[in-house]
Design a protein around this ligand. Structure first.
Ligand code: 6GU
Length: 277
């Protein structure tokens, strides 16, 4: 896979030399090319932004540097043998970046990222390149960052660890919390390693029992407990067929009730006391 990133802060992408992504790169499984957008400015101040038409606060990134940068990156990539580019535009107004989208993007051979600062990029840039390649406008969560560079690091790591041979163990991401088809998209529960007692704290007995069925059941119960606490929306949106008899017992203990209208296959719901911090 080839990755290109065009940014006004190339140093911000230095972490791409480290850890999993850095190693994939060193092994030649990933080609990463970071470009300085200001290389495609020609005025004394290397201007990349201007005031918004229609007024309002902030600045908008100009069409010309982005257009020239992307034309060059595309030409160089094709010349280097890359094909089927996709444009990834990080923006708080994008579609949510999910594990499902990470899996999809990990199947593409060439991703070009355009992290923006200020109020974003002139719309015509995205519209122009959307005529030549798929464009994915993505947001990494419901909060606002000062720029898209951190989102590029997030998306890159989520995608790179899915590439064949990058994680080492092909099984490793099969039961990720958000892996498509993970039993019910539950959050994973707690994990433990040696020593068996630390500062008076022991590990749950069941994990030492050697009883694989009981261990699997305990892990599932802990996942249901944790998901109820932090992400009840995941349980509400679950296909009830994903829950077996033992799941239903645990859900009942955690305060969930099957929708009486939907029996025997309705979704689960729960009375809550409003916002719990
Ligand atoms: Cl991709 N960019 C910015 N600036 N803020 C964000 C974001 C992206 N995703 C969530 N917040």
């Amino acid at each position: 896979m080839r990755l290109d990133v065009v940014t006004i802060f190339p140093e911000y992408l230095d972490p791409l030399n480290v850890s999993l992504v850095g190693k994939a790169r060193a092994r030649g499984q990933l080609g990463v090319h970071v470009h300085d957008l200001r290389d495609w400015t020609y005025d004394r101040h290397n201007t990349v932004d201007d005031t918004p038409y229609g007024g309002g606060p902030g600045m908008v990134m100009k069409t010309e540097p982005w257009g020239e940068a992307l034309d060059t990156v595309l030409a160089d990539g094709y010349e280097g043998g890359a094909h089927q580019p996709a444009l990834i535009v990080p923006t708080p107004s994008g579609r949510p970046f999910t594990q499902e989208l990470a899996v999809h993007l990990s199947g593409r051979p060439w991703l070009i990222f355009t992290p923006a600062r200020y109020e974003g990029i002139d719309r015509r840039v995205v519209d122009e390149y959307a005529t030549r390649m798929p464009v994915y406008e993505v947001s990494i969560g419901d909060y606002v960052l000062a720029g898209g560079e951190a989102a590029v690091l997030v998306v890159t790591e989520a995608v790179a660890r899915l590439l064949p041979g990058v994680l080492g163990n092909a099984e490793s991401h099969r039961d990720d919390s958000f892996a498509p088809g993970a039993m019910a998209n539950l959050l994973e529960g707690p994990v433990y390693t040696k020593p068996p007692a630390w500062r008076g704290r022991e590990i749950p007995d069941v994990l030492l029992s050697g009883h694989h069925g009981k261990i699997a059941r305990w892990r599932r119960d802990e996942a249901l407990r944790r998901t109820t606490e932090y992400r009840p929306d995941l349980i509400e949106r679950c296909d009830p067929k994903a829950f077996d008899k033992k799941d239903r017992e645990m859900l009942s203990i955690l305060g969930w009730e099957p929708d009486p209208e939907g029996e025997p296959c309705g979704r689960f719901w729960r009375r809550t006391g409003g916002v719990e911090q």
